[in-house]
Design a protein around this ligand. Structure first.
Ligand SMILES: Cc1cc2nc3c(=O)[nH]c(=O)nc-3n(C[C@H](O)[C@H](O)[C@H](O)COP(=O)(O)OP(=O)(O)OC[C@H]3O[C@@H](n4cnc5c(N)ncnc54)[C@H](O)[C@@H]3O)c2cc1C
Ligand code: FES
Length: 360
């Protein structure tokens, strides 16, 4: 402690006008007390599109529970962008994220990250986590939706001899299937895990490849006959999750809607909620842009170069709250039009409903 105090005093003498944290941050990039950071310790290419980034977080990080996610900030062309990523490592281990390249930020993370790089971080959060008491589980995942579930499997299966987990994972081809070999090895090693891969394009066998059909229970019953008796966790694209929700409500037991826990990577928007849109003025940034009624204020701002605060980009973390100066906005999840002067707007899930002025 005394050593740290001396270092701080020296830093403050040597570096004014820089704050001691800034200089200590140069000596040890994880030491900043202002912004939680992590150093990348290993990068593993999982599939042609996906990469696992292992990192050692600095001070301020709370250990994650299996299934939780964290905000990760990455600088591209001098601008820091925040996105959310599920932590794919087992609880109790150094964290890792597994990123599938889709857009600008994920592609930069998946393709360019190197060992020794610094990531900006926020502490883990989320309630897509394992049940407190052991129960038979069904994990239903597609594409990158496997990542939080992989953390659950890695945490639960090797530690609990009473684990009873069926994983149904849908991917385009075996080569696109995340953690494919590790899952098969775990299933070989631990009788409590059953893995069923479903390939939508190329199964590598003579069986015809097609989407997993959740419009009725036929596919599910073939893959996991006792699906109704299991606590189910689902993560994947919106249509996949919507179909699972409907199936559980329609064909499950009376209480099965409580038996399905869902994690979404993108907000559930109400189809056709977009209205007329309008001119959005970002007052402090001195920028304005005309946008359609289905474009979030967050996308509108970023699109014209405003540095917008953001996190989950789906209406759950509230990192994007921005004061409304004037105008009305439409909630893209519900269609509700609202907006009073000074109201804090979640820019990631609201769009302009006419001319809008934001205090940013
Ligand atoms: C709680 C949470 C956990 C997440 N965990 C992961 C994870 O473990 N691995 C991962 O790769 N991504 C994960 N995401 C998605 C991630 O935060 C980014 O949205 C994604 O990387 C795209 O960002 P981008 O900047 O590259 O593209 P953008 O330009 O921001 O987004 C492109 C479009 O892709 C949509 N999108 C986001 N995720 C997906 C997806 N998986 N499949 C198809 N479309 C998608 C977005 O809604 C947007 O419309 C998670 C998101 C949330 C909210
Ligand atoms: S970015 Fe998380 S609520 Fe808007």
């Amino acid at each position: 402690m005394a050593q740290i105090r001396v270092l701080r005093r020296m830093a403050s003498i040597l570096t004014t006008p820089l704050a001691p944290e800034d200089v200590l941050g140069l000596i040890n990039p994880l030491s900043s007390s202002r912004q939680l950071r992590g150093v990348v310790t290993k990068v593993v290419r999982e599939t042609p599109d996906s990469t696992t980034i292992h990192f050692r977080p600095g001070r301020g990080w709370n250990p994650h529970a299996a299934g939780q996610w964290a905000r990760v900030g990455v600088e591209i062309d001098g601008v820091r962008h925040w996105r959310s990523y599920s932590l794919s490592a087992a609880a109790g281990h150094d964290p890792a994220i597994t990123v599938t390249a889709i857009g600008v930020v994920s592609t930069a993370l998946a393709r360019d990250t190197k060992t020794g790089d610094i990531l900006f971080l926020d502490t883990p959060q989320g309630d897509f986590t394992l049940p407190e008491h052991p129960r038979p589980l069904l994990m239903l995942t597609a594409g990158s939706g496997l990542t939080p579930v992989m953390s659950m499997i890695r945490t639960l299966v090797p530690r609990r001899p009473d684990a009873d987990v069926v994983l149904i994972h849908s991917a385009r081809t075996p080569a696109d299937a995340l953690f494919h070999d590790e899952l098969l090895e775990l299933a070989d090693q631990f009788p409590g895990l059953t893995v069923k891969h479903w390939f939508t394009r190329d199964s590598g066998t003579d069986a015809p490849a097609r989407r997993l059909d959740l419009s009725d229970a036929t596919d599910l019953e073939t893959l996991c006959p006792d699906w109704r008796d299991r606590a189910a966790y689902a993560c994947g694209p919106a249509e996949f999750l919507d179909a699972a929700t409907e199936l559980w409500l329609r064909d499950g037991h009376d209480d099965t809607h409580e038996n399905l826990t869902i994690e979404r990577f993108a907000p559930a928007l109400l189809p056709g909620t977009g209205g007329e849109g309008g001119l959005v003025t970002f007052e402090k940034s001195d920028k304005e842009v005309e946008v359609g009624g289905d474009v979030s204020l967050l996308d509108a701002g970023e699109g014209c170069g405003v540095v917008m605060p953001s996190g989950c980009r789906m209406g759950i973390c509230r990192s994007c709250l921005t004061p409304l100066v004037a105008g009305k906005v439409r909630d893209l999840r519900t269609g509700e039009v609202h907006g009073d002067e000074g109201e804090l707007i979640q820019t990631c899930v609201n769009a302009a409903a006419g001319p809008v002025h934001l205090d940013i």
